[in-house]
Design a protein around this ligand. Sequence first.
Ligand SMILES: [Mg+2]
Length: 193
Amino acid sequence: MEIGFDCDDVLAEFEGTFVKAYNKKYNASLNKGDLTPSYMVWEDKFGTKKADDLLKLITPEFTTNLEVVEGAVEGVKELYDLGAKLYIITNRFIDAEQVTEDYIETHFPGMFKEIRYASNHGLKGRKNKGEICKELGITHFTDDHTDNIVKTNEHGVTSLLYDCPWNKEFKEHGLIERVHNWPEVIARIKRDF
Ligand SMILES: [Mg+2]
């Protein structure tokens, strides 16, 4: 069984860490969940210049020090021990490849078969997550961003939407199912094992 996961806010605690960095830089007091982790959303909300400044907060040190999402280590290990082939498909920028690989090897040593980099803002030519799932034969994919989940659903993948403040309004349809934590992710995947 081939199973795929998004990285940020599914495996790595990105948004909560980013909010802290934002508050420090702008002397603000946003809470976890107040900033949708998407360049396109930042661009719409703040304009291109500030969105570009926000991107600069994502340094290799920032990314290296992200905490792991609660339950992810145990969940990934359980699937690995069941014999699943595990993949990460992320929209992270290309210059984050090394730091991403190091992070995954540190927290999930030997458990992921491959990390693939999908399309995102400004990186045309990359495949979207649905296309990559199809190519790798992935049957179940988990992500917090609805645009990715819509694409994986279109490619016939059981698409688990990891519940976050920025996807609350989304109405599940087709093969899309909402999950709220790692135990729910694992329980859902194991139903099809
Ligand atoms: Mg994500």
